[in-house]
Design a protein around this ligand. Sequence first.
Ligand SMILES: Nc1ncnc2c1ncn2[C@@H]1O[C@H](COP(=O)(O)OP(=O)(O)OP(=O)(O)O)[C@@H](O)[C@H]1O
Length: 378
Amino acid sequence: MSIHSEECIIRIDQVSKSFGAFQAVRQVSLDIEKGSFTTLLGPSGCGKTTLMRLIAGFYEPDAGQIFIEGSRVNGKPAFKRNTPLVFQEYALFPHMTVFDNIAYGLKLRKTERTVIRRKVEEMLDMFGLRGMESRLPKELSGGQQQRVAFARALVIGQNILLMDEPLSNLDAKMRVEVRSELRELQQRTGVTAIFVTHDQDEALSLSDRIAVFQQGLVRQIGTPWDIYFKPNSRFVADFVGTANFLHGTVAGLEEGDIIVRCHKQLFRVAGNGGSFRTGDQVTLVIRPECIAVSQPSSDVGISFNAWSGDIVRSSFLGHMIRYGVSADSFEWTVDDSSPSLRGYLQGKVGMSVDKRSIHILPAEAKEAQDEQGDRAIS
Ligand SMILES: Nc1ncnc2c1ncn2[C@@H]1O[C@H](COP(=O)(O)OP(=O)(O)OP(=O)(O)O)[C@@H](O)[C@H]1O
């Protein structure tokens, strides 16, 4: 059996995997486009690594099918699949030089020595590793190790790389440097990359598409932009970034906008194509950086998308100050990204948000019941 999509290099179709009675992966479907960078993102234990191991062939699914380059690979052993699984530190052989690490796959395939030398040298040039061929992996930076890992896969024609938290051993600054190099390498080589992380910044900055996992289920698949600004659930909004969640009721529809009442406050929300009706219970999702904060302010009373509150906490993060602002028994999280202009704000402040920066979701059952929830105004 095969699939006939040129673009889709890996198709995961309704795949499930249990360990004893525990379902680690539950009916996951995911199409991976050729040459794309896809990240599996989710909290610890949500099934990301298990799905990678299913793709690589280290586990067999209990149900569902996996296709790689058009062919069904269920039952096909890992070494016959075109998908090297790269763990932390890129799984380079620590006792082998850069040259030997890159040459390894060619040697296994009994390639002629002169061909091996020529191909490895091409890779050394392509990845800027000339002069480092005699070094051991521990004598390389994280970025250089990453390049060796790419070279080793590409030299034998592998065009899919599965990477399981490859940056997790690096310190914070190196991690950012190496990740931008990783993206550049992936785009330059056209390799299809699947990447596992629980770090949302890493996922947002690297990926063409992100699949957000929760307890073995894929909750949302989308571009980083959509995952961040148009989450399809409170879980996704909360996991990917920080958000203010307000429980409210649709008070009316006006010129394509949705008017929502959250306690005493009225919000005008740009209609996002969703079908909401007057009386619907909803959750508004407002990112802290989407709220403009100003001082001084008199009480703005009831007006659309503008309200006031009292600063109850602040934390300086260098590039911004994050405030906790209490209004109407709700504590807003608000980011001021230009602290050098205003310094610390104190006391009473005014807040406002553009109607296009408010995301609206149908209230989840629990929220509708629990209107007095800790982060919700009712
Ligand atoms: N071989 C196994 N036997 C039994 N349970 C397992 C096995 N492998 C994974 N699990 C369980 O399945 C669940 C999913 O594990 P998995 O490693 O896929 O999670 P993850 O999302 O990659 O987590 P992390 O980010 O911590 O690596 C976990 O609860 C884990 O304990």
